[in-house]
Write a protein that binds this ligand. Sequence first.
Ligand SMILES: Nc1nc2c(ncn2[C@@H]2O[C@H](COP(=O)(O)OP(=O)(O)OP(=O)(O)O)[C@@H](O)[C@H]2O)c(=O)[nH]1
Length: 369
Amino acid sequence: MNTQSWLGRLLYGATHFEDNEEYLAFQFRFLCVLMSAGAVATLVFVLAAATGDNPMDPTHLRMMSVFSVLVLALWAWLRGHKHRFKAAAWLYLALCMVEFSSALVHVSADELRVLWFFLNIPGAYLLLGSRVGLTVTALTVVGLGLGNAHLARPYSPNAMMTAMVVLVYLGLFFHAYSSRSVSYFKRMRHSNERLATLASRDPLTQLLNARAYYQWCDHWLLGAARSGASCTVLFVDLDHFKRINDERGHAAGDEVLKAVATTLSEALRRSDVLGRIGGEEFSIFLPDTEPQQGAEVAEKLRQAIEQLSLSFDGRALRVTASVGVAGAQAGRSSMSAIQQQADQAMYLAKAGGRNRVSMLPLDASLSPT
Ligand SMILES: Nc1nc2c(ncn2[C@@H]2O[C@H](COP(=O)(O)OP(=O)(O)OP(=O)(O)O)[C@@H](O)[C@H]2O)c(=O)[nH]1
């Protein structure tokens, strides 16, 4: 979506659109093309008038020159800046209205000049939405209806009627089209967001699933490789979880997993990342954190889990966790190597009696049983 040809770069500038900005990307590019084409076409008219091939009213000629310069400037201002799109679209619409009105008033010899207004209708709908499109259609019909009698060479009632019917038809046609296409894009964006959530979240706890979690960690490690920043991974594995399932039922086990996920999320900083990477296994990535600090966080989490007061079917449930801590420097280790180290540390904690925190290479158990 963001790979651009040389023509694209020339017309739109270097503009990055997110996956959920597909419709904005279309509108932005459409406006850039409209403005560049509009400015060039107007310059051709101006040049033809200057060489005497297309004699034109001097007031309108001046108007066209100003129009083409302003549109070129507006296009240059918009290129590469998607957040300027709305303002540029409004300004372009206003410039077109002035330009077409000038042609209507000053170029009486051109019987077809009313056609310029027809261009505004699709442009307004596609760039600024159906409400603006409808307003522009209504203003054009009313303006032409009231202004015709005051023109130096007014259109015949028949010609005016034809122009108005076609304008109204065009307005209705684009109203239906733009409302449909916008709602279609919105639904598509919503579905894409839902799909992205389904693909990256664990359905039980709503935490990142293993794939999304590791993807995030790999991305961080890659980004921090140059600076060699420290990070710590905590591997949290619930103790004797099978027993909870066997003795209290699978539903009780699910409740425990949800409660632990909430407890961990609440205890962590916003910059930390938490994923459910297996049945009763959670992994936590602490960016810019030395192992010793990470071990303190691990101990805090272990205590929070131990202190959880849970009950299922009216009976209390107790849960504890063993936590393995592994520290690393970005650029020196891969995520799978760090996770493996955290895994081994967690097994040390299990072997040491569970409900504790361990760290490699020396067993750095922080909590006595
Ligand atoms: N309720 C529930 N249980 C799950 C889920 N995913 C995995 N499990 C169970 O988690 C249990 C994990 O058991 P083990 O790997 O033996 O680990 P443990 O009983 O916690 O023992 P230690 O880790 O050695 O303390 C298994 O019984 C799985 O069926 C889940 O989504 N919901």
